[in-house]
Write a protein that binds this ligand. Structure first.
Ligand code: SF4
Ligand code: SF4
Length: 365
């Protein structure tokens, strides 16, 4: 397939966006229209919401609850902040009491969107993931429950157990070693070896010079997919932490839907504004929105810290670190110039003029 670099990156972002964040895959334009409708005065309030309002807002907006099931990952990929923060030491499990409370909170609003087990851990590195899946399925019977894994601990037996544990989607990211250079031929070899190890054949296959994606039919799973990407091209700079992935000529202007739609929890219960940021990074720990060991999910989502992030990222305009260089969740034309007018008009109707164009910069309130 012959594609220019920009269309190729767009295709990749859409594919990965659909995998990770959309229950019903939406096209770029639809996604941004839906996001615009979510930016209501209540979502960007400058004072904490009442419990009832926070519960309603969470139910209306949150599409992905991402949980780090434990601290351990067996790899230290160069394009991941685990290259800077070693996660190969003792494995600290997500506290069970906190997990049960989180699930009870979700069950109390009939949460039916995605629950994703991932972050900077390898979810299949510890058996307790099976129990966590069963508990999530019992609490949220209509949710789409997903794991993303590096595949290192996955074998045919584990695949069967996962498929009968309440999981809907399993996505395996195939990574090359840090001393290997990406070529599509090498990636294709690794994907073929993975298929052979798991005894599966693709029923859908898509590839270009920077990625391979395919999926397989497995009884009990709505989706079992595998992908390999050239992350030196497509990786994110993780809030500026990965300097080699920061593009100096790029400054983010578009809003960020992540702080509206995602609820992201570290292995220790700290809630972060998005999947790029982590509470065990000393430079990012202060960005935490709250601690689930001390609060429930609604207090944190409806609290002033979370609302302040949403206010700062609701409109077009320059963003401050850690968002200034972030390319996560950009509109299809990268800087969203064609959306900007629609944003301005909609914000005027909603009385949110102060949040558009020049925005509110991080750290100014
Ligand atoms: S990218 Fe995944 S497998 Fe690699 S270090 Fe990060 S969490 Fe681990
Ligand atoms: S723009 Fe900021 S909040 Fe949004 S994904 Fe990037 S780092 Fe996270």
């Amino acid at each position: 397939m012959d594609m220019g670099i920009k269309p190729m990156k767009r295709t990749l972002r859409m594919l990965w966006h659909n995998l990770y964040t959309a229950r019903q895959p939406r096209t770029g334009a639809d996604r941004w229209k839906a996001f615009l409708s979510q930016v209501t005065p209540e979502a960007v309030a400058s004072t904490a919401l009442s419990t009832a309002a926070a519960r309603a807002l969470f139910k209306r907006l949150v599409r992905v609850v991402e949980i780090e099931p434990h601290s351990f990952c067996n790899r230290q990929c160069a394009f991941c902040t685990n290259a800077l923060i070693n996660r190969r030491g003792a494995n600290v499990l997500f506290p069970d009491q906190v997990y049960q409370r989180l699930l009870a909170n979700l069950a109390s609003i009939g949460y039916a969107q995605k629950i994703l087990f991932a972050r900077y851990s390898e979810p299949l590195a510890h058996e307790h993931i099976i129990e966590m899946l069963h508990a999530a399925r019992a609490a949220c019977p209509a949710s789409e429950i997903m794991i993303t894994s590096n595949g290192d601990y996955l074998d045919r037996d584990m695949l069967k157990r996962l498929a009968s544990s309440g999981l809907n989607r399993l996505h395996v990211s195939i990574y090359l070693a840090n001393d290997e250079t990406w070529t599509s031929a090498l990636a294709a070899q690794r994907v073929a070896a993975f298929r052979q190890r798991l005894g599966v054949q693709p029923h859908h296959h898509q590839a270009n010079e920077a990625m391979i994606y395919e999926d397989y039919k497995v009884p009990g799973l709505a989706l079992f997919s595998c992908g390999a990407q050239n992350l030196a091209v497509t990786g994110f700079d993780r809030g500026g932490a990965l300097h080699q992935l920061t593009k100096s000529s790029f400054s983010r202007l578009p809003p960020c839907p992540m702080v509206f739609e995602n609820f992201t929890v570290d292995y220790n219960g700290l809630v972060m504004p998005c999947c790029n940021l982590r509470g065990d990074d000393p430079a990012q720990a202060r960005l935490s929105l709250g601690d689930l060991r001390l609060s429930d999910i609604f207090t944190i989502y409806g609290g002033t810290a979370a609302a302040s992030w949403r206010r700062r990222l609701a409109g077009f305009g320059p963003k401050a670190p850690p968002c200034a260089s972030c390319k996560q969740s950009l509109p299809p034309d990268e800087q969203g110039e064609s959306l900007r007018g629609a944003w301005r008009r909609a914000f005027a109707r909603k009385g949110l003029q102060a949040l558009t164009d020049h925005g509110i910069r991080q750290g100014t309130q």
